[in-house]
Design a protein around this ligand. Structure first.
Ligand SMILES: [Fe+2]
Length: 306
């Protein structure tokens, strides 16, 4: 998804308006366990071209690398470099949903892996009516992604169609809280896998590009308690994703914004907060919730969390 399709999808959406450890249970009470030993490091990667995209990398205590999304096609080389610096092998790659700004770089890597190794790819396949519910450019990207997965020799591919599964990477827990939906409003975004990642020290909720409907369904679903986390990746790059009710309903204390400058400032060329995006709605909601800690990819660059 490039800038033009991101802006047009924002317009459309605006119109449509286990292995649970005792430590994780402690997190759910809202007592952030900063004294405990970290089991993993997480990096929030900015777009190196100030473009829309979502990219997170994790390294466990024994050096396993896990990737979430990875950004769009143009981020391929920097992403390869980052993974290469961590050893060049990805234990698990989770794709929230099949928009190009989330799986584009992975598509390029799958076409030509070079010396990069991936052991496992996890995603949640959207249905045919949902695939067809978006503009042709998104549908084309999505079908290419699925073709690459269907013919993938590089990695084992798992299609997750039920929430609740939990993975343990050396004490880094990852739980799937929501999978692909059949909403045809804001279709691909509302099919975002919602995931929670935690260890004994910290917890992070990843909302992908979840829209209002996806967020409400998660709030009413069986994994509601897992939505409470210390950090929250703001849905849909911080604008026109989950609504204020969602953010008011969960407990968190800090925000991760995977957001380019023109989205952060809602500036599509005519000045500060003059565009069509709703970033400032979300920023006001966070002020009302008295959230003080913000990690904004376009402002901070690479953010590292231990
Ligand atoms: Fe996105």
């Amino acid at each position: 998804m490039n800038r033009r399709t991101f802006l047009s999808s924002s317009l459309m959406a605006a119109g449509a308006m286990s292995v649970q450890s005792a430590a994780a249970a402690g997190d759910l009470t809202g007592k952030w366990l900063s004294g405990k030993k970290s089991q993993f490091t997480m990096w929030q990667l900015p777009s190196f071209r100030n473009d829309i995209g979502n990219s997170y990398i994790f390294r466990t205590s024994t050096g396993k690398v896990i990737v979430m999304d990875g950004g769009q096609r143009c981020e391929e080389l920097t992403l390869r470099g980052f993974i290469g610096a961590l050893g060049g092998e990805v234990e698990a790659w989770f794709v929230s949903h099949p928009h190009g700004d989330h799986m584009g770089a992975l598509c390029e890597i799958l076409k030509n892996p070079l010396d990069l190794r991936i052991r496992h790819i996890y995603h949640s396949r959207i249905t045919e009516p949902v695939i067809k519910a978006e503009p042709e450019v998104c549908e084309k990207d999505c079908r290419e992604f699925y073709s690459l997965l269907d013919n993938c020799q590089l990695a084992q591919v798992t299609d997750i169609q039920e929430a609740g599964g939990e993975y343990d990477f050396d004490g880094m827990h990852l739980k799937i809280l929501s999978v692909a939906n059949d909403f045809t409003t804001n279709a691909y975004n509302n099919s975002s896998m919602i995931m929670r990642v935690w260890d004994r020290r910290k917890s992070i909720l990843f909302l992908g590009d979840a829209g209002v409907e996806c967020g409400r369904k998660a709030l009413e679903g069986p994994y509601r308690q897992y939505l409470d986390s210390e950090y929250v990746q703001m849905a849909h790059h911080g604008q026109n994703g989950c609504d204020e009710h969602f953010y008011r309903s969960i407990k968190f204390r800090a925000c991760l914004w995977s957001t380019p400058l023109w989205v952060w400032n809602n500036d599509q060329g005519k000045g500060f907060n003059t565009g069509i995006l709703r970033t400032f709605d979300t920023r006001v909601w966070m002020d009302r919730l008295l959230i003080k800690e913000h990690h904004v990819s376009c402002v901070e660059g690479i953010f590292r969390l231990d």
